[in-house]
Design a protein around this ligand. Sequence first.
Ligand code: SF4
Length: 233
Amino acid sequence: MDKKQLIPLVIWGFFLSIAFILWRLFDNIFYLFNFAYIGTCLALGIFLYIRKVKYARNVVQAAIGLYMLIYLGILSNENMQIEGFWYFLFLGVFQAAVIHFVVAKIFGPLLFGRGFCGYACWTAMVLDLLPYKTPQNPRKQFRYIPYILFVISFLFVSILFLLRIPNIESIMFWSFIVGNIAYYICGISLAYLLKDNRAFCKYICPVTVFLRPPSRFAFIRVKNDTERVVICK
Ligand code: SF4
């Protein structure tokens, strides 16, 4: 069997293991459904993508992205953005956004690299529908904005706790809504301005501060096809 064909099985096994471990650890069946659903969508999407089924990746992005954005983020009131990660971490609650970040963005990338960005991100789910799939210009060299936003998100939540602001839970809910609207507006505008669907990912997204280091050592990596690569500097 081609090694590439094993990737969906490895991913499926990884997520089913996480589902089972967290279910038993927290005695909460939600984890079983949550990670089994995400893992099954991912494995199926990667399987179909490898078989060159058109729109397979977009369908998986929508299945997982909408689940996280609408069900977990809005209906279940769990801020899944980076400020939600700090919030639950400061509360000492190893749940929701903390588990999401640990699995998808901090340790998971050691196995599947930037897989979250390709198959599960609800921001990219929209950006990937824009017309500039192939960037029209060489990559620009400014890289500091994600680090600034990363620090701002940390300070924002720290200040809420330090000043003992009441109703932090409600602030977290609204920051999730406002933050996502801001991401979409900024992401879509940048895509048209720089003629690159993923300009937001390259120059703005604070989550890349977590994603980049482990992705460099990822077990499953995308490799250049030197026959097909276009020299774009
Ligand atoms: S870089 Fe950020 S916005 Fe882009 S796909 Fe990854 S997590 Fe989503």
